[in-house]
Design a protein. Sequence first.
Lengths: 362, 362
Amino acid sequence: MKNNRIYNFNPGPAALPLPVLEEIRDSFLNFAGSGMSVTEISHRSKWFEDVLNDAIVRTRRILKLDERFHVLFIQGGASLQFCMIPMNFLGQGQSADYVNTGTWSTKAIKEVKIQGKSVKTVASSEDKEFSYIPKNIAFNSDAAYVHITSNNTVRGTQWASFPDTKGIPLIADMSSDMMSRRFDASPFGLIYAGAQKNIGPAGVCMVIVRDDMLKQVPDNIPTMLKYTTFSEKNSLYNTPPCFAIYTVQLVLKWLEETVGGLDKMEEINRKKGELIYACIDGSGFYRGTAAPDSRSLMNVTFRMSDEDLEKKFIKEATENGFGGLKGHRSVGGCRASIYNASGIEAVKALVDFMKTFEKKNG
Amino acid sequence: MKNNRIYNFNPGPAALPLPVLEEIRDSFLNFAGSGMSVTEISHRSKWFEDVLNDAIVRTRRILKLDERFHVLFIQGGASLQFCMIPMNFLGQGQSADYVNTGTWSTKAIKEVKIQGKSVKTVASSEDKEFSYIPKNIAFNSDAAYVHITSNNTVRGTQWASFPDTKGIPLIADMSSDMMSRRFDASPFGLIYAGAQKNIGPAGVCMVIVRDDMLKQVPDNIPTMLKYTTFSEKNSLYNTPPCFAIYTVQLVLKWLEETVGGLDKMEEINRKKGELIYACIDGSGFYRGTAAPDSRSLMNVTFRMSDEDLEKKFIKEATENGFGGLKGHRSVGGCRASIYNASGIEAVKALVDFMKTFEKKNG
């Protein structure tokens, strides 16, 4: 590949679009004629204001967000959101409903408990190693909110459609499928996404929060942990992670102007998924680990007949320029993370490699 | 200047060393032969591990830290530290001593109060618009810790030497003078520094914490707000801000290998300060705002006889390629931030410009 770059199937931090990387590189010593690097400009300058506001406008447009929604950029990753959510939205005497679909949901639940607050795990797929997304969930009508993880990076599952919570605000960790497909944002009280999978580099979390949620934020919590601090100051209460936000802005610009928007992106992602799952299902050699109706279009998890073969597969893939195919250290196996920036040609090349490997070893 | 770059006197985000920017640019599409950008590699890869550990080793060496100290990288800026410090180190029934030397100390004090904890402002320079560093402070012998802001970006003051707290752990916000001069770390329980002034880009805060402090961290606080989460996982509990840490590593490498270490850096910084303060003191046209014995070697704040003249100065300076000279929006006037990456030639050029401006307008 160009510049000796590999096919990058990392789960996160993950591949970024090559035109984005090239634009960063080419303007790195002098951003927008400022005579400074983007890492050296003031966060209160017109230059950065334009970057930040463009990222927000594009997010609103891509996701068709109405006036009720605020787009914020917060540091600390999705892991900090796990504690901020109950801190901001779970008052005394209230309880929240959580659906447990794996590692990240489990961590989110843990952070509610640490604060001594009430959480009800209304559904879980732990009984089958988190290999499916629970269906027909009975939510508690008095829940302050319902929390889900829209895509599960470790286990390779994804909500095909979102549950009807009957008006209870839905909160979703969309770290690993944000901006990969269309969805209706209106039932969501809050959506958050660590950038380092689909929308940018590590170091910033995008948070989309609805007006009515902000009214619930208590006064007596630390300033940096209040969503209102970010909504009232347009994410500029203190110095934001400028470079990460700048990269997110470029990725969103690429999504709109090069890819052609979210409809087109979803179409490409579906094609990518079909290609690789068809290879797995047609083989008898590779075995998908997620239930077919819960399969992720972002993280394709699969196994082979034994671990030595998996090791050989990963080794030979690496030698052939395919990176990041090792499964999460907690579950083993193989995983191809095919986020937005992993193009269809990368997936085709991987499928070809998988077929060749099968022929030699099957 | 090279690549049409300006002389950057921004208060933060601020100038970065040109060789650091060039190295980032040159390897941006393919980091260390990985075939990926540094923004695309896994935080659990050998590539990133080397970056992180090199940043830590260099910090230890530059600051001569003994085994008791841990070097951590945390998101959220110094502002998040304001709340984490009392959350981790101020137990029930305890009280902390804070010295108020301006905007940032004031914010740090506010965050203790928000948590309903006891804070004693044992000294303040608010009576004279924070233009000096208080002396002969009587600390409370039962204070859990003493908090200071080592350099005050807004008012241009700096602690010339640190107070003797008689064994009470000293905690310092060193955001704006970290790695600019030598100091003895042993009295410090914790040191923190938002990177975007002296040691890197926005998006990461360096935290240096002593073993005995970590033993005080309570169990029942959110995972991402516990210092032990970062010390136990070498700042890799969740995805860290990889790009920001990488830039910090390169800045520290530059400090050691190009500048020649902290002794040399301090010598250069003293020379830079002498040059610009001599220009101010010798003029009768420019007036320094900080008390001479409390002057900062990082942020040089000065005024002229009237605001129109100051506006003219900033306008003409900008036209002549000198950026970031406007005083903080809360106090007005002029300010030249001369952090490590603002070389002596930049300061000499500024002094020449100031002399010319004085001749024309004095």
